[in-house]
Ligand binder design. Sequence first.
Ligand code: GLP
Length: 245
Amino acid sequence: VTVFPTPAAGAIAVAQRIAKLIRDKQAKGEKAVLGLATGVTPVAVYDELIRLHKDESLSFKNVITFNLDEYYPMQPSSAQSYVRFMNQHLFNHVDIEKANIHIPDGTLAESDIAAFCLNYEKKIEELGGLDLQILGIGRTGHIGFNEPGSAPNSGTRLVTLDDLTRTDAARDFGGKEAVPTKAITMGVGTIFKAREIILMAWSKKKAPIIKKAVEGELSGEVPATYLQLSDNVEFILDDPAASEL
Ligand code: GLP
């Protein structure tokens, strides 16, 4: 666990780690495979990466990305889609190749989802696996959209969203009734295969769930506690998020 005085300081540290990974891979003529997250938490990381692209010529030409999740059903053009979120907060501002961007597809027929999810896992493997996965955390203890009850070896799949998650998303959708009841998410097992995992949390609102995730008993009821099982996980927190540790 590393605690920073402000979210900005923590986000800059994470962006610098990502930039170093991209540059190290570039120097070796290799691709960097990143697992990316949505939500308010990583926005400052993406802002800093855009700044590094503009001011310090950080190129994303050798970067491949896999996003954690997407609501289901969801059209990419919808205001709440994670496709739109990623374009707006990162992809439209850097030189990443469109073909290197992967986000779970919220437009699929339900009968096609299982095959899509298997293929998502296969693509990650074929490209060498995730070098670095960044995560936020939901108040249910979800990572990606792995809600309470998710298995530690779960793969990419269609899940039902927890009531609290839908309550928290209500603001983005203009009311809870409009929040989809389902999502497609990478599994806990998918996340675990990443060579490095960074979970970020800012603000007092996240302090109780951070306490459970870091110090709580290992339990499927708080999927983030599974991270205690991995040696490759770092929690990057601001002071308020760490205040109950
Ligand atoms: C959503 C995302 C998660 C994210 C969580 C926390 O549910 N699917 O990946 O970690 O929200 O969001 P925020 O960063 O806005 O607090």
